[in-house]
Design a protein around this ligand. Structure first.
Ligand code: M6R
Length: 360
């Protein structure tokens, strides 16, 4: 069942190239290059998209916000479902709600879906489990094609949600005529090439993760930093580490570090940074210099040729900026996995956690 892997989590991390292929199947018209999302064809581009989700699905939503707003200039709000349901949220004409859930059964997310429907706002479900409550109750449904996810720690589901959010961003950008021909081609060709790229690189990423896990397994706390689309990935990296290794970790937008968390930094409090080749690289780099000035050790996901001196640079292949998350995500997952496994934790069934949170 685990296909020769020691844990479902590892198997599911390595399934991500296939997941991307499956999510893209039939979605891009060969002749015109148009993005095909017939499930939501009847819907106009929203005036505002309100994403409602929990946990990892909410981080996919935060990543989607960055990509949709940058590529398509559609305003996106991301709401944690347990807050949204009791917040008496303001939903205006032109708004659409996008509920993101792997299981389609998360109690708070479902309550958010029902509230939005009561308010008469079109609700799109982005979910993985066919026949689930989100699948049945949403007005429109986009299925992620991740296949069954067994490990409690969500991995490939987030990857699949990101593919669908990217397609949504492209669809909105097309409808508004916003993307240049070059950027559009770079997105589409880049995501189509991603499965092969990951197939080629995942074994090396695992080796790196294994080596680093030995060096950092004694840490009791980690700070994860990123900016822009890498910020939600920092949140996800921290969540993965804490849920399966029980090492405390906090994800922060890198620029916010000096507003408090910097006080924690010392040689025993490492930082895991996402410092990729994008227009925020210089800003992240200067944050990392501040960490080093306080004796903090740093692992940094980075790209070839970038001028960055840290204890452990982890060089990932460079891709067009909206796609960088697809390379960073498995690195973050593998690091958490390798530390947890090295520490002998129950990787697939972490303590106190259930795969699907069906009570509030
Ligand atoms: O099934 P859902 O996507 O609605 O689940 C949401 C969260 O419960 C889930 O992502 C949780 O945070 C995972 N354990 C993260 O790995």
């Amino acid at each position: 069942q685990k296909g020769g892997y020691k844990h479902f989590m590892l198997k599911e991390i390595f399934e991500q190239p296939k997941v991307i292929r499956d999510c893209l199947a039939g979605r891009i018209d060969h002749a015109s290059g148009a993005v095909r999302l017939p499930e939501i064809e009847a819907l106009p581009v929203p005036g505002r998209l309100v994403i409602v989700a929990c946990g990892t699905s909410s981080y996919a939503g935060l990543w989607g916000k960055q990509i949709i707003e940058k590529l398509a200039r559609v305003p996106v709000d991301v709401c944690i479902a347990s807050e949204f349901r009791y917040a008496d949220p303001i939903l205006a004409p032109g708004d659409q709600v996008l509920v993101v859930s792997q299981s389609g059964e998360t109690a708070d997310t479902l309550a958010g879906l029902r509230l939005a429907k009561e308010r008469g706002v079109p609700v799109i479900g982005l979910c993985n489990v066919i026949g689930s409550s989100v699948d049945r109750e949403a007005d429109f449904v986009l299925h992620t094609q991740a296949g069954p996810e067994i490990s409690v720690a969500s991995t490939k589901a987030m990857c699949s949600q990101m593919v669908m959010l990217l397609l949504l961003a492209l669809r909105y950008a097309d409808a508004k005529g916003l993307l240049s021909r070059e950027d559009r081609a770079a997105c589409i060709e880049g995501i189509q090439a991603m499965p092969k790229l990951l197939d080629d690189h995942l074994p090396f990423m695992r080796d790196t993760a294994q080596r680093l896990s030995r060096t950092y397994s004694e840490a009791t706390s980690f700070l994860y930093l990123g900016r822009g689309p890498a910020w939600p990935l920092a949140l996800e990296g921290a969540l993965k580490l804490k849920e399966i290794s029980y090492i405390h970790a906090e994800g922060y937008p890198a620029g916010e570090m000096k507003h408090g968390p910097i006080a924690l930094i010392d040689p025993k409090f490492p930082t895991f940074a996402i410092a990729l080749a994008d227009d925020l690289f210089g800003k992240v780099k200067s944050n990392l210099i501040e960490v080093q000035a306080r004796g903090g050790r740093i692992i940094a996901l980075t790209n070839p040729g970038l001028d960055l001196e840290v204890d452990h640079p982890w060089v990932l292949p460079q891709v067009f900026w909206p796609l960088a998350g697809f390379t960073a995500l498995p690195a973050l997952q593998l690091f958490a996995y390798e530390i947890a496994d090295y520490l002998g934790k129950d990787v697939d069934q972490p303590r106190n956690l259930a795969k699907s949170v069906t009570v509030e």
